[in-house]
Design a protein around this ligand. Structure first.
Ligand SMILES: Cc1cc2nc3c(=O)[nH]c(=O)nc-3n(C[C@H](O)[C@H](O)[C@H](O)COP(=O)(O)O)c2cc1C
Length: 216
């Protein structure tokens, strides 16, 4: 079990157990498990060209029933753990929702967006209590939301690289999700992942020239 808050008895999620662990696994060795998962299978990683992955990623709201392999889920989670965080304090948590009942409650919490019931659902929450800077609480909260958001972005790209697709859900009732997860940590995004029913072309963006404001 993990403690998110010293005085919080709400949270008692199961420990996360990846499909494969190193034979000589030692939780005391920094990054041993993370490095193992990042370099392990699946062998049919679809795309290792980062820029191609970015170019092809497209939000998907219709997923096929094909289950996502656990090794892929492990890699998606590991990718989140590689993201930079403020002071390396990792001011976020991932809730990996497996229960079908909780997923259907999540649909309601996400403004009735039916695709919240996807094959893989990860809820990224802010955990400012991990950010041990001696700054005012609003700064710690600001760091935590950036940490959680960036980590979810890394997971989203990893999913794409693994031949999966995803939808980022930001429209939700925070308290409803907190009730489902039984946590007092505030969610920042819900990342729904699966095999797409159909591959789509990327959406258009504004002209790159209009995006950048050059300042001298
Ligand atoms: C902060 C944020 C919040 C979003 N919230 C939702 C949402 O609640 N529901 C949804 O269907 N899509 C949501 N999206 C997905 C966007 O609609 C999508 O990324 C956008 O239309 C661009 O399309 P693309 O991802 O295919 O490039 C969200 C994306 C972001 C980054």
């Amino acid at each position: 079990m993990r403690d998110f808050h010293p005085d919080d008895d709400l949270i008692s999620p199961e420990d996360y157990a990846p499909q494969e662990t190193p034979g000589d696994f030692d939780p005391g060795i920094p990054n041993q498990l993370l490095d193992f998962i990042l370099r392990s299978g699946p062998t049919e990683v679809v795309d290792t060209d980062l820029f191609a992955v970015m170019k092809k990623r497209r939000s998907t709201r219709k997923f096929s029933d094909k289950p996502v392999e656990t090794v892929k889920i492990d890699k998606i989670i590991a990718a989140a753990d590689t993201a930079p965080t403020a002071g390396n304090f990792q001011g976020f948590e991932i809730f990996y929702i497996k229960s079908p009942e909780k997923k259907s409650l999540l649909v309601n919490a996400c403004n009735h967006q039916s695709y919240a019931d996807a094959p893989v659902v990860l809820v990224f929450c802010k955990n400012p209590s991990r950010v041990k800077f001696n700054f005012p609480p609003y700064i710690l909260r600001k760091f935590a939301i950036q940490d959680a958001t960036l980590a979810a972005g890394y997971s989203q790209l990893a999913a794409q690289a693994l031949g999966l697709s995803s939808i980022w859900i930001g429209m939700f009732d925070e308290q409803k999700i907190m009730d489902i997860l039984q946590t007092d940590l505030v969610p920042s995004s819900v990342l729904c992942i699966g095999y797409p029913k159909q591959t789509k072309f990327p959406k258009s963006r504004r002209n790159l020239k209009d995006l950048v404001n050059v300042v001298w």
